[in-house]
Design a protein around this ligand. Structure first.
Ligand code: NDP
Length: 477
């Protein structure tokens, strides 16, 4: 039997772990830190979400203290407009009370020495290239880490089921599983809670939420951005690895899970893991999956070159920019219902939603005409929205059915996605972090598809940048 991280992890500490005092960001000069992490921290601080936390930067660059402080100050300035007096004062402290340390995280002893000098508990954020993060963890030992240390790992977490398991083993030898935060910033707290609240606080939905009443579920993440100078990362990843392997499978699991008894991390993450264990993509992959790559086109008023002509792209990598997979969830509730996950870049319009399509009614009273589509429920992400499309009688002809849409905005978060992630890290709540066994399951689900893509079993279709996708793919709506 496969041993999972759950089997190997040291016993968890008390569920209400101590508030983190220092956030140590490794990779302080990097893109993630500047563009997403520090703005996320700043907004969190501005809303009173991280009282007394110090941010410390570290990296291999010889940055001056002033350069780093300026980076933190810029992030603080970006969050100041919406902050009250307390928030403004906390943002000021954030930028004053920070420091930068030069170190090579892969050199034995350098990171432990820095950790010993910081006020604990410390959360160590690995905003580093994945191979460097892995190496950094391999040179650490449990004794190097002060009590209460939390490790925050970015995606991609490994590159296959085997490598994710190996990385899990390394991490499990350092800290307990509930001190490991595998980040998936799409799993924002408000999005997860919005789906769970909608499903489990409304009696009209849950009795219909199964294969007796639901025909199919589509989870779509279409981006209207092209490569945007990210070839170094994306050309080795592609749409399947970048989006479907992580974010979309997590959303699938929240939509398909059984009702948790509580919203604590154990109940919610157990529910997510149970769905993913039951999930797979069935072959033949030329039927259950699709892939395509954009050709030159127009995104709004911008001309976009073909993907293979973008700077830094190596056509030999054969990278897809649009992928679609049909996932089967083989349990009592979902057997027979296709979950279609699609994501891609350079599409004509951005679309981020799950569409739950119900089965047609078993009998339409004779005399009523014109059901055009079965009832469908759209759950939009970022901003979170709800749209229920139903058929109602006419205007004009009362015997003819028309389509109407009932719409509502769901609650958003005051925080940026990375602020939501960091709030969990700093308060010691792993609810929104991907659990070790789940990270392995996600790779187990997509590994055979990646192999089929690599072997060329699934044809590479094309679509013009700015279009709705490959012409002969089924329309998703
Ligand atoms: P960058 O290449 O921009 O930054 C990497 C950072 O790591 C640099 O500051 C670099 O410093 C530092 N570094 C590299 N080697 C060492 C070392 N041996 N010791 C100390 N520091 C080192 O990468 P990103 O910021 O884009 O990505 C970081 C992580 O976040 C990756 O895992 C990525 O997959 C993930 N991610 C990134 C997103 C993004 O939008 N950027 C989005 C989601 C996830 P130096 O330049 O001096 O070497």
């Amino acid at each position: 039997m496969t041993q999972t991280t759950q089997d190997t992890a040291p016993a968890a500490e008390h569920p209400h772990a101590a508030q983190v005092r220092t956030l140590l960001i490794l990779g302080a000069s990097g893109d993630l830190t500047g563009r997403l992490l520090l703005p996320g921290v700043a907004r969190l601080v501005a809303t009173g979400g991280a009282p007394g936390v110090h941010v410390v930067g570290a990296g291999s660059d010889g940055w001056s203290q002033e350069q780093w402080r300026q980076r933190v100050e810029d992030a603080a300035a970006g969050a100041a407009d919406d902050a009250g007096d307390d928030g403004k004062s906390a943002l000021k402290d954030l930028a004053v009370d920070t420091s930068y340390h030069r170190l090579d995280v892969t050199a034995k002893g350098e990171l432990p020495e820095l950790l010993r000098s910081l006020e604990g508990p410390v959360a160590v954020y690995f905003a580093l290239p994945p191979a460097v993060s892995q190496k950094a963890c391999e040179v650490l030992t449990a004794e190097d880490l002060p009590a209460g240390t939390r490790l925050v790992m970015e995606k991609p977490f490994g590159s296959s089921e085997d490598s994710a398991r190996e990385l899990n083993r390394t991490l499990a030898s350092l800290v307990p599983e509930d001190h490991i935060h595998r980040v998936d910033h799409f799993l924002g707290k408000s999005t997860v809670f919005n789906i769970l609240g909608l499903r489990f606080a409304n009696r009209i939905l849950e009795p219909l939420w199964d294969n007796n009443h639901i025909d199919k579920i589509e989870i779509i993440f279409d981006e209207d951005l092209a490569l945007e100078n990210r070839a170094r990362y994306y050309d080795k990843a592609g749409a399947l690895r970048d989006m479907i392997q992580s974010h979309l499978l997590q959303i699938l699991a929240v939509i398909a899970m059984d009702a948790p008894a509580t919203l604590n991390e154990r109940d919610v993450r157990d529910g997510i893991a149970a769905v993913l264990r039951a999930s797979s993509v069935r072959g033949p992959y030329a039927r259950s999956t699709r892939r395509a790559r954009y050709t030159a086109g127009q995104l709004g008023d911008r001309s976009v070159p073909a993907y293979v002509d973008e700077d830094g792209v190596d056509p030999a990598n054969d990278t897809e920019t649009l992928a679609e997979v049909q996932v089967s969830v083989d349990n009592w509730r979902w057997a027979g219902v296709p979950f279609i996950l699609r994501s891609g870049k350079a599409l004509g319009s951005a679309r981020k939603e799950a569409v739950i399509t119900f089965k047609a009614v078993p009998h339409l009273p004779v005399g009523l005409k014109g059901i055009d589509r079965p009832t469908s429920l759209h759950i939009g992400f970022g901003p979170d929205r709800l749209e229920l499309e139903v058929d109602v009688n006419g205007p004009g002809d009362i015997f003819t059915l028309d389509r109407v849409s009932l719409e509502a905005d769901l609650s958003g978060s005051k925080l940026l996605p990375y602020g939501e992630v960091l709030e969990g890290v700093l308060t010691g709540d792993p609810l929104l972090s991907v659990r070790g066994d789940t990270a392995e399951e996600c790779w187990r689900i997509v590994d055979p598809v990646l192999a089929a893509f690599k072997a060329g079993t699934v044809p590479m279709d094309e679509y013009a940048a700015g279009s709705g996708g490959a012409a002969d793919w089924p329309a998703r709506r």
